[in-house]
Design a protein around this ligand. Sequence first.
Ligand code: ADP
Ligand code: MG
Length: 325
Amino acid sequence: MNEFHIIEHYFKTLNSGSENSVKGEGVQVGIGDDCCLLEISARAQLAVSVDTLVEGVHFLENTPPELLGQRALRVCLSDLAAVAAQAKWFTLALTLPRADKAWLESFSKGLREAATKYSCTLVGGDTTRGPLTISIQVMGESAKGGALLRSGAQVGDSIYVTGSLGDAAAALAILQNELRPELKDDKAYLLERYYQPTVNFIAGRKIRALANSAIDISDGLLADLGHICTQSKVGAQIDTACLPYSDALLRSANEEQRMQWASSGGDDYELCFTVSPENCRAVDEMTLSGTLNATAIGKITEGSGVQCYQQEKLIEPPGEGYKHF
Ligand code: ADP
Ligand code: MG
């Protein structure tokens, strides 16, 4: 069983409204998207998402605490950006092996920096002892019917991704001594992309009225585009030759490695979104004028699953996304 079988089998059925479950009032979008969307007034909905980071699984042991605080909040906020909601509040459930003053000062500093940057207020949480684990629940607001969902992709849509892919996977390779960029600046850039991923609120807002569907890339492009396909009941074809890379990654890794990281390495937290043929022009105008950093990488098709092409030749997908089980 992978994590999605577990969710589907044991938890999704809890809100189906059947005899043994409760279908809550005001649930506009429940389990299955980057956030759930809950009706809070005639015009507004609350977007909520929770993510857990476990030491040794989601981050390496001895990660500098300030960077961990930065990263933890940013990766959680990314789910709000993916549905184009505005960040408002968060809660923090922290499990610590010990009360270490220096660690806590540094961690809370990083957390505060990210909270200030993205205007999000800490409003509660829970503090316990155990293996280092950080759970953050983020809450944001969006206009009713105004959120971007995984489920809206249509056959014929173009698929885009924001920014560049593969940087965070390269950073992990650096941290594990598997990659040594020649330039110090490239190393610093890639590490910053991992520790302080940009939360794409601005891009989310710009594409909100133009895109049919969106997701943030946390588990790898192929896996997350696969979620758009499943939720929208469509297929996708991408051209790996179109994948966008940063200059630092272009200088630091060969083509095969880059492609592998860009398609299956998680942690970039870029947005993947799909746009109808009528709206592509508006998106392309923004990318050409530099107001939106995004690249077209493929098309939504009939069928299911993601197929990879390299300059019109069908190829084996370069690796799989991250699997928890
Ligand atoms: P993301 O990568 O955007 O954080 P996930 O892949 O972790 O999303 O989760 C997929 C969907 O399943 C989300 O809608 C999430 O809220 C839901 N989900 C995950 N775990 C559970 C659970 N234990 N119970 C109910 N819903 C869950
Ligand atoms: Mg997500």
